[in-house]
Design a protein around this ligand. Structure first.
Ligand SMILES: Nc1nc2c(ncn2[C@@H]2O[C@H](COP(=O)(O)OP(=O)(O)OP(=O)(O)O)[C@@H](O)[C@H]2O)c(=O)[nH]1
Ligand SMILES: [Mg+2]
Length: 438
């Protein structure tokens, strides 16, 4: 062991105090609920939460976030609890952050920065790390300000010229350049990720993307469907950042590719949604979505609202979807997997932990995929052998081998039907040209 290893490099645990403003305009969420979630986030980031306070106000205070009086009370809380970091439940402006920092003489961060920190801690792959860094830079850019730049609005003068100002501009320019580079690198990695093998799998089998609030049990459900530990499941927020895809057999022997990916959260920093677009492509490209809901959480309806709005932002809000209400074992202690679960219009009650409802879920996924199938009746050339092989494997079709071409009649997934129709249209064109020329 080297001398370096012998030294305990673990940083001291930070003592975090949380603060929120309840403006009453966040349906379903009180400041107290939101603070509970913030406490879980702070704990996931490794802090020791020593206290929390909130204030009812019509608006957040532009200078102090909470009212000035409340801010001063935090001094008292500081001497009682000894906190060394203050976490605000909403995004802070540079002015709010600065004034709280100077008053309290502690580090002040906001919910977005906390979430970005957790993402940075949990990112494992090259792609994940690039995307987190991109999101962090996007978060920093507007926060690089000199707090007295408002003076320059009055026409410049003392304090608005000189190296300070140009330094700020230089920093901003450097960050912008770095953002541009990072975006290019994220794009490069994204292209590499579409490797031949994964691409082939995706053309062979329908794809299902698991989506849902963080900690709903998405990874546990993927593991349960696959029957082995393929995705890391933990009682932690944002345990999963990088997508994991596996083949899953449905009841009728049909194979689908199921992908588990990053979870969503209330007030998810928009920089993260932007930066993680490459990862979230698994969601936007999937044939169907499997939304996992922690049915044992009192905030399940609010969680679903958040999930819907992130999906809308990604343009995947209208995708065909099945909802799995998970953690049934916590709601109904008798649901041990020995009895089938009821399926109610697009939703299934399951327990990823005990296996309850999983057979029903497999059946519902198959039914949803089949309901999306389209009727096809086309003729394609013999040369389309690879496509025909896929059609035979994935659809239910009759093939009639004629003298010139192959007639395909049956039902299949929309993607495949589209491919087949395109080939058939080109073939019809070439036949028309051929007969016109002769
Ligand atoms: N009781 C019970 N606990 C469950 C069930 N499914 C998952 N869990 C627990 O819930 C916690 C979160 O599970 P994960 O599978 O990591 O959740 P996730 O949705 O992948 O979370 P992130 O990747 O962090 O977004 C873990 O402690 C799981 O053991 C279930 O059906 N019943
Ligand atoms: Mg997970």
């Amino acid at each position: 062991m080297s001398q370096r290893d012998a030294i305990d490099l673990a940083p001291p645990v930070e003592r975090a105090f949380l603060v929120a403003v309840d403006t009453g305009d966040d349906p379903g969420w009180t400041a107290e609920d939101s603070l509970n979630e913030l406490a879980a986030l702070a704990a996931t980031a490794g802090a020791d939460v020593v206290g929390a306070e909130w204030q009812n106000r019509r608006h957040v205070d532009p200078n102090w976030y909470v009212g000035k009086g409340k801010a001063e009370e935090l001094l008292q809380a500081k001497s009682e609890t000894g906190f060394d970091i203050l976490v605000a439940d909403d995004e802070l402006s540079p002015v709010q952050q600065k004034s709280l920092e100077s008053l309290l003489n502690v580090k002040v961060i906001d919910r977005s920065r906390l979430i970005l920190d957790i993402f940075a801690l949990h990112a494992q792959t090259h792609e994940g790390r690039l995307q987190v860094e991109l999101a962090q830079l996007e978060y920093q850019l507007p926060r690089l300000t000199r707090l007295w730049t408002h003076l320059s609005r009055t026409g410049g003068g003392i304090g608005t010229r000189g190296p300070g100002e140009s330094q700020l501009e230089t920093d901003r320019r450097l960050i912008r350049e770095r953002i541009k580079k990072m975006k290019e690198r994220v794009e490069d990695v994204r292209r590499q990720r579409q490797t031949a093998a994964r691409g082939r799998d995706r053309r062979l089998y329908p794809t299902v993307a698991i989506v849902g609030y963080t900690n709903a049990g998405k990874s546990t459900l993927l593991n349960a469907l696959v029957g082995s530990e393929v995705a890391r499941a933990e009682d932690k927020l944002f345990a999963t950042l990088d997508p994991t895809s596996r083949q899953v057999k449905l009841g009728d022997g049909q194979v689908v590719i199921v992908t588990d990916t990053v979870g969503f959260i209330h007030k998810l920093p928009h920089q993260l949604v932007d930066a993680f677009r490459a990862t979230l492509e698994e969601v936007t490209r999937a044939d169907v979505l499997l939304e996992v809901v922690d049915a044992a959480d009192d905030h399940a309806p609010e969680h679903r609202t958040t999930v819907q709005s992130v999906l809308d932002e990604l343009g995947a809000g209208d995708k065909p979807r099945l909802t799995a209400f998970n953690k049934a074992d916590l709601l109904y202690p008798g649901s041990d997997g020995s009895r089938p679960a009821p399926a109610v219009s697009g939703s299934v009650l399951v327990s990823a932990a005990t296996g309850f409802g999983l057979e029903t879920l497999r059946g519902e996924i198959a039914a949803l995929l089949a309901s999306l199938w389209e009727d096809v009746d086309v003729a394609v050339p013999y040369a389309a052998g690879e496509l025909l092989a896929r059609v035979r494997e994935r659809g239910t079709v009759d093939l009639e081998y004629g003298e010139r071409d192959v007639r395909v009649v049956g039902r299949m997934a929309p993607g495949l039907a589209g491919e087949l129709r395109a080939v058939a249209a080109r073939w019809a064109e070439s036949l028309a040209e051929g007969s016109a020329a002769s």
